[in-house]
Design a protein around this ligand. Structure first.
Ligand code: EPU
Length: 334
């Protein structure tokens, strides 16, 4: 069941090198429990597809990559004919799952098409795109508590979702086993996000499939393919700032994107700030920002995660100096 001294380069989409002391790929809950019980004192890392993390050093512990697959419609004996419950196991590919839902006409996840990763990873950082977040479609998350080895189920509320945040990110002691989604059996397009509205401006009353296709087209155009240019998508979170600060910046840059969020704060665009700090398309050694999207850090061939971290610090310092805003990484650095 175990492999030793495993190279992790192929398990993180920045493709940095690091060696895991022990590596296992359990395909059922009993084996998953066993892996943890066998190594009570080792640090543990749960891996999905590694699309949102990279390594700066070897991992002196146990890497667990769950291999549980399956998608099923959950029987529902209520008389709700508008909704459907779909359960997907953690290792399912996220976009295959979205396609499964869209093919059947089930709506809720279409704006999240073409996001790399697994179903199990989706709730951890509450993936979001084009005005949707996965939390809006999650009914329940089932996870194994690594401390007690009990299977625990979290209602949507108990997941404590926030912007790129959840209880699973704050307490790294749960291994997600499956996610139950609550989707709609019908679809009605609501224009919400500028990029998507532009892509669909000539389509009258777009269907679910047309929206999925539009999202895929935008992502393919704007975002680098991790297979040819290693990256982890957005490198930083979009920052929340005070209204005063937003007004101050807007006085100089009237086109600063601003979205009011909870707590009287303003969410603004990290890409915009990085861009205006002169870092769009900038390169240091083999690391750079993507010339078409300043928020994406790309790796032109380094195997050392520390080079990515140095570049991250450089961007943070430049943005902080120019705008007085501290950008936080969205990507997990190990
Ligand atoms: N912009 C610039 N310069 C750039 C790129 C963008 O100034 O180089 C400005 C533009 O004004 C643009 C705005 O930034 O309107 C927003 O850009 P975009 O629509 O590309 O979205 P984003 O805020 O940069 C977020 C998510 C993405 C998600 C897109 C689309 C975060 C951290 N990122 O990016 O998620 O796909 O919206 O909805 O919230 C990811 O998390 O890995 C990811 C790719």
């Amino acid at each position: 069941m175990y492999r030793y001294n495993v190279q992790l380069k192929d398990y993180n989409s920045f493709r940095t090198e690091a060696v895991a002391k022990i590596f296992c790929e359990p395909d059922n809950i009993e084996d998953l429990r066993q892996c943890i019980a066998d190594h009570p004192d080792l640090p543990k890392l749960v891996l999905g597809k590694g699309r949102n993390l990279f390594f700066t050093k070897d991992f002196d512990g146990l890497v667990i990559k769950p291999k549980t697959y399956g998608i099923r419609e959950v029987p529902d004996d209520s008389d709700d004919s508008e909704h459907v419950f779909i359960e997907a196991k953690a290792a399912e590919d996220w976009d295959d799952f979205v396609r499964f839902c869209v093919d059947r006409g089930y709506s809720g996840l279409e704006n999240l098409s073409y996001i790399p990763g697994t179903v199990g990873a989706a709730p951890i950082q509450n993936i979001g795109a084009y005005g949707s977040e996965v939390k809006d479609s999650i009914y329940e998350v089932v996870a194994l508590d690594m401390d007690t080895l009990e299977v625990v189920s979290f209602s949507n509320e108990e997941c404590a979702f926030g912007y790129r945040d959840s209880i699973f990110k704050r307490k790294r002691k749960y291994i997600i086993i499956s996610v139950v989604f609550l989707l709609k059996r019908s679809y009605h397009y609501v224009p919400r996000y500028a990029d998507l509205m532009r892509e669909l401006e000539n389509v009258e009353n777009p269907s679910l499939q047309e929206v999925r296709d539009a999202v895929i087209r935008i992502r393919q155009r704007k975002l680098p393919d991790e297979n040819t240019l290693p990256n982890c998508g957005s490198f930083f979170k979009n920052p929340y700032i005070e209204t005063d600060k937003a007004e101050q910046i807007k006085a100089v840059y009237p086109d600063l994107p601003v979205y009011p969020v909870e707590g009287g704060l303003i969410k603004t665009s990290a890409a915009f700030l990085i861009d205006k700090a002169g870092f769009k398309g900038k390169q240091r050694g083999q690391i750079g920002t993507y010339p078409k999207q300043a928020l994406i850090v790309v790796n032109y061939g380094s195997t050392d995660g520390n080079e990515i971290v140095s570049f991250m610090h450089e961007i943070q310092a430049a943005v902080n100096e120019k705008f007085g805003i501290q950008l936080e990484p969205e990507v997990r650095i190990l």
